[in-house]
Design a protein around this ligand. Structure first.
Ligand code: AMP
Length: 397
């Protein structure tokens, strides 16, 4: 069964085509800067033939037509006709409380994704555009939605509610939803397999540390708490997002500094976090700056790792017992510095990293703990596309 996995953003479409259940990647690519003066297309197939072109791509419809053409191309493609694609699986960021699991798309589902626009104004609209265009280009294929929030729908009410009057939740859906669910779910399953423990008996803290960062407390394969909230702004410090902040700060910025809602939103989402403190959102730059004696870069690293450590403590308490910490995504898989400093001082909680084992970049599952560590520490490369393909296959088979 050929499943085309789509991640449709406001100006880009990323895709991977899988042969399932073999989990073989037949083709992958990205179309970037859609709607801008200079677009960019990159594509490769299983034979390793790579196509790259700089040419404007006017809109998502054109983007999908390019993808279909490349998938069927004699040299670069993997199929002869669009009908060979059995399903197109779409990453949809926000499923609110309406979607707890992977769902076959029909008109009613599209309408509900639209109703959720206010909760994810930057993400759900381009996700829906991707669905509508894919329906036209791959008209025979089933369309499936995999929601980033779905994995976190198992949180108990005490974890997801905010302490504000009930009506804000009941009438407007204001609560924590959590994000990166597909990644947290993928590494949870990988970790349970690796630990050779039934999923129902595992107790894990997963740390997705990329440009966006979130952590989750997972008991028996089900999320019981996570750091992101109504939006991806909450929780850990990130590449360009502030993470947790006293809600009075935006109020102060508005009333005392005369900033508009728009400006505050931009500041906290795009100009804060590592970017706000150092000028760069890339941890590699910041590590170099700090090695060169830049005290602001060092402060940013201290804040970044301190906040992760605080949440490890919080989630340990929430879970009561932890089998493993699981580091994943760009920073989690690659940065020995962040892992070391996030876990330093937690030895009495049974978390003991091995300095040498930790000096690695994880291209497969790697153990980072010392022999005597009661809590295992793993680095597991995430694979959200594969998780989306797996869930769609489970639904459709
Ligand atoms: P992601 O969003 O998962 O693609 O992660 C992207 C981030 O991972 C980049 O912004 C970098 O900060 C970080 N990253 C990637 N490679 C490394 C590395 N070797 N060491 C430290 N950080 C890294």
């Amino acid at each position: 069964m050929k499943i085309l996995v789509i991640n449709s953003g406001s100006s880009s479409i990323k895709y991977q085509m899988y042969e399932m259940p073999a989990e073989k990647v037949l083709a992958a690519g990205i179309i970037e800067r859609i709607g801008e003066k200079q677009g960019h297309t990159r594509h490769s197939n299983v034979q390793g033939n790579t196509y790259s072109e700089d040419k404007p791509v006017a809109h998502h419809q054109e983007g999908f037509e390019i993808i279909a053409r490349l998938l069927m191309d004699k040299q670069y493609g993997s199929i002869q006709q669009p009908e060979e694609v059995f399903a197109v699986s779409h990453r949809v960021v926000h499923g609110g409380e309406l979607f707890r699991k992977t769902t076959l798309i029909d008109e009613a589902v599209k309408q509900k994704i639209k109703e959720l626009f206010p909760l994810a104004p930057l993400h759900n609209p381009p996700n829906l555009t991707g669905i509508e265009v894919a329906q036209k280009v791959f008209f025979k294929a089933k369309q499936v939605a995999v929601f980033d929030t779905a994995f976190h729908q198992s949180m108990p009410e005490k974890a997801y509610r905010y302490a504000i009057p009930h009506s804000f939740y009941q009438e407007h859906g204001i609560r924590a939803y959590g994000m990166h669910g597909t990644s947290h779910r993928y590494v949870t399953n990988q970790a349970a397999n690796y630990l050779q423990k039934p999923l129902e008996q595992t107790s894990l803290i997963t740390l997705h540390l990329g440009n966006g960062c979130s952590m989750a407390a997972i008991r028996g394969g089900k999320c019981i708490d996570t750091t992101m909230g109504l939006s991806p702004l909450a929780g850990l410090m990130m590449g360009s997002r502030s993470g947790d902040i006293d809600p009075t700060v935006p109020y102060f910025m508005g009333t005392k500094l005369g900033m508009s809602f728009e400006e505050i939103d931009q500041l906290l989402n795009k100009k804060s976090g590592l970017t706000g403190l150092t000028g760069s959102n890339d941890l590699r730059d910041i590590l170099k700056m700090s090695e060169g004696g830049d005290t602001q870069a060092q402060l940013a690293l201290d804040m970044y790792t301190y906040r992760i450590k605080k949440y490890i403590g919080a989630y340990y308490a929430a879970l009561g017992r932890v089998d493993a910490l699981v580091f994943t995504a760009g920073v989690g898989e690659n940065s020995s510095y962040v892992r070391w400093h996030a876990c330093e001082g937690l030895e009495n909680m049974g978390i003991r990293l091995d300095r040498e084992k930790n000096e690695c970049r994880a291209s497969k599952i790697i153990e980072l703990h010392s022999g005597q560590s009661p809590v295992k520490v793993l680095a597991i490369p995430t694979n959200e596309e594969l998780e989306i393909a797996r869930q769609s296959f489970e639904l459709l088979k």
